[in-house]
Design a protein around this ligand. Structure first.
Ligand code: FAD
Length: 394
């Protein structure tokens, strides 16, 4: 039994079924098919390598739904920008979940939509209950003592929007208002639409009146603040019929992810701040690791124990990076008096100590010709990695 048809729950069902077709797996999801929050999520080659080695079929479909972005641009007050080299991918949550749900169904998984888990006693006949119902997991809340749960809220309000302005690069823009700084990061996520996530400090948010404005008024105000970067484009608040609202990031830690035959995976078990773009990858990695542990152990208890230990160990680096990244954005005022070049470096280096040559590298890569050369080198690397994992390169 699996609670929640997000990336964690669906990918667990797929991973368990391809390892043992005899498993009888039901996934329950409180929402109807196709309903989901948010827009695109970014990921890198490491996720594609993992997906291709685990289930080639769903990996290919996810890759086909994804967009490629190259380089990051970090603008301070629109006009001045610095650049970071590299590339990544992004995929909208809705097609990602459609791919995973259809693959799971093909493999014989039952998905029951519009069924919310209320109490674990409903599943007393299940050998294993995989809890994958996201950051605000109800089951985890009910058993918080057993899991040793700690939940904190991030200080900055953020809102997850779309835009019809197509950003080809992964783009940051920081704008100064009379009430403080407001910034967004945006990236392409599907044909003609980019993901657009806005963040600011609490005092700025109140000062600008976002706590009092209606959804529509708030979005119009953001369009005015970022007018030059949007260049005539509009922000889109509604995703699948629901307007986006301002949120605080929920940080989730659990001392243990298991209790009897119940196991937490994905955001129900742990979250990592969205500015490091890793939550979906970690949720799918949990799913795959758990399926592998179940096949590799004779008893479920042993599998869950190993999953808990190895999963926590594997998460440490990402969780530390996410905490530092969230804190960096919460103290943005410490950095905005720098030049765009220095500011871009501070943003890139926010995860921790950098090797001494990193700063020189940042300076050199501001040169357009150098960047063009690196873009070419990265394209070769990308094609090499795509071929190595068996992807037909594009
Ligand atoms: C603004 C923002 C930007 C992000 N950007 C990125 C990014 O760029 N890259 C990245 O890798 N990650 C990103 N993430 C993180 C990513 O969205 C999550 O880590 C990921 O969705 C976790 O997957 P999950 O399956 O654990 O949870 P979810 O995706 O939240 O899925 C949980 C599912 O459980 C269902 N559910 C909830 N309660 C119940 C119930 N009682 N019964 C039945 N079903 C229930 C929900 O409806 C949902 O479908 C971002 C997150 C945010 C907030």
């Amino acid at each position: 039994m699996c609670i929640g048809a997000g990336p964690a729950g669906l990918y667990f069902a797929i991973s368990a079924k391809i390892r043992d077709a005899g498993h009888d797996i039901t996934v329950i999801e409180r929402d109807p098919p196709g309903a989901t929050y948010g827009w695109g999520v970014v990921y890198w080659d490491d996720l594609l390598d993992m997906l291709y080695s685990n289930d080639r079929e769903s990996a290919q479909r996810i890759r086909a739904e994804s967009s490629l972005w190259q380089e990051q641009s970090i603008a301070l007050r629109t006009d001045e920008a610095s650049y970071l080299t590299g590339y990544g991918y992004s995929v909208n949550r809705a097609p990602l979940l459609e791919v995973l749900a259809s693959r799971a169904t093909e493999l014989g998984v039952r998905i029951e939509y519009e069924r919310a888990a209320e109490d674990l006693s409903e599943f007393s006949d299940a050998d294993l209950i995989v809890v994958a119902d996201g950051a605000n997991s109800r089951v985890r809340q009910r058993y918080s003592e057993q899991f040793g749960t700690i939940v904190d809220q991030g200080r900055n309000p953020y809102i997850w929007l779309g835009t019809d302005k197509v950003f080809e690069m992964f783009t940051f823009d920081f704008e100064e208002t009379p009430h403080g700084w407001v910034w967004f990061h945006a990236y392409p996520s599907s044909a003609g639409v980019s993901t657009f996530i806005v963040e600011c400090q609490e005092a700025t948010w109140r000062g600008l009146g976002f706590d009092r404005l209606s959804d529509g008024e708030g979005v119009r105000l953001l369009e005015r603040i970022f007018a030059r970067m949007l260049n005539g484009g509009s922000l889109i608040s509604e995703s699948r019929g629901k307007a986006a609202s301002w949120q605080r990031f929920t940080q989730v830690y659990n001392q243990t992810w298991r209790h009897d035959n119940v196991v937490l995976i994905g955001d129900a078990a742990h979250t990592t701040h969205f500015t490091i773009g890793s939550g979906t990858r970690l949720a799918m990695a949990d799913a795959m690791m758990l399926a592998q542990m179940l096949i590799g152990h004779e008893d479920t208890a042993g599998a869950l124990k190993t999953f808990d230990e190895q999963g926590h160990a594997a998460l440490r680096v990402a969780q530390a990076a996410a905490r530092t990244s969230m804190a960096w954005f919460e103290s943005i005022d410490h950095y905005t008096d720098r030049s765009a070049l220095e500011f871009g470096y501070a943003l890139a280096a926010r995860h921790g100590r950098q090797p001494p040559w990193q700063y020189q590298r940042h300076m050199i890569t501001q040169n357009r010709v150098v960047r063009r050369g690196l873009r070419l080198a990265n394209s070769c690397r990308r094609v090499y990695r795509a071929r190595r994992r068996g992807e037909s390169w594009r």
